[in-house]
Write a protein that binds this ligand. Structure first.
Ligand SMILES: [Zn+2]
Length: 278
């Protein structure tokens, strides 16, 4: 099972300045392939990296923020060969499909359009894709070789989901964007590999997101065999990625790597071959 990072950046300023790419992740296992959180650049960077998007089996979108969903509709076009083939599965959270009202703590001023999120999937592209699975609340779905399980996280898109992908011999977890909450480490407890979105550096808490300290707390609770940090916000990058790495090394015994754009990981033996990216 291979995971390729078409982007390792997250958050508004990393995205608009492209401090890191924001194309999300491409996962392949045997002849099954899944695109996860296609932010801006997903299409371009996937093609650059030689990925055959017309062979995609599924697209999974954890929430309706641009850095996670901007290229979703165009990937549906690619997956269905421009709409010629009635194929493919879209797994998306409730907001991507239907929109959502924001929780008060995330609303930016009264009288703006900032109090709700519009749906991202348009009717035309809903018509192209064969199957749509709504990742609402918590649940489980059989997807090709995987069992997908999900729960709602704590983020400004109120229906953001974190999820695990499991085969007979491997479980991989993806936190998506979230702050720590009760029950989170239990959900990821059986993961062999955990992929964490760590937007903020040490001493820079921000609602709805993980900091490097939170990453340490989660890793020490879950104790996965290996962890990958990604989706770095602009402060994380400006504060120095190397400093964050050193801080985390001193605060956890879990083996981990800070993802780089274009990095490809064999999830069965995650440390193998990583040197060429570091
Ligand atoms: Zn987000």
């Amino acid at each position: 099972m291979n995971l390729t990072f078409l982007g390792t950046g997250g958050g508004r300023f990393t995205m608009i300045k492209q401090l890191r790419r924001t194309g999300g992740m491409y996962l392949s296992h045997g002849d099954f392939s899944l695109y996860i959180d296609p932010g801006p650049g997903a299409l371009v960077h996937a093609l650059d990296q030689g990925i055959d998007l017309e062979a995609l089996d599924a697209v999974l979108v954890t929430h309706a923020h641009l850095d996670h969903c901007n290229d979703m509709n165009v990937l549906i076009e690619a997956m269905t060969s421009g709409g010629d083939r009635d194929t493919g599965t879209l797994l998306a959270n409730k907001t991507v499909l239907h929109g959502a009202e924001l929780d008060e703590k995330y609303v930016k001023g009264e009288g703006t359009y900032g109090d709700r999120i519009d749906p991202v999937l348009d009717r035309f592209h809903r018509g192209l894709v064969e199957t749509v699975v709504e990742l609402q609340g918590s649940g489980e779905h059989e997807l090709g070789p995987f069992t997908v399980r999900w729960i709602e996280m704590e983020h400004s898109d109120p229906h953001t989901v974190g999820f695990t992908l499991a085969t007979d011999d491997l479980m991989v977890g993806f936190t998506s964007d979230t702050e720590l909450f009760d029950g989170m480490s239990e959900f990821f407890a059986d993961c062999d590999v955990l992929v964490l979105n760590v937007m903020r550096p040490v001493d820079h808490d921000w609602k709805g997101h993980l900091t490097t300290e939170d990453a340490a707390e989660l890793l020490n609770a879950v104790e996965p065999g290996f962890a990958v940090l990604q989706q770095f916000g602009s402060l994380f990058i400006y504060e120095s990625v190397n400093e964050q790495e050193a801080w985390l090394e001193a605060h956890t015994d879990v083996d981990f790597v800070l993802a780089k754009d274009g990095m490809e990981i064999d999830l069965h033996q995650p440390q193998k071959g990583l040197d060429r990216f570091l």
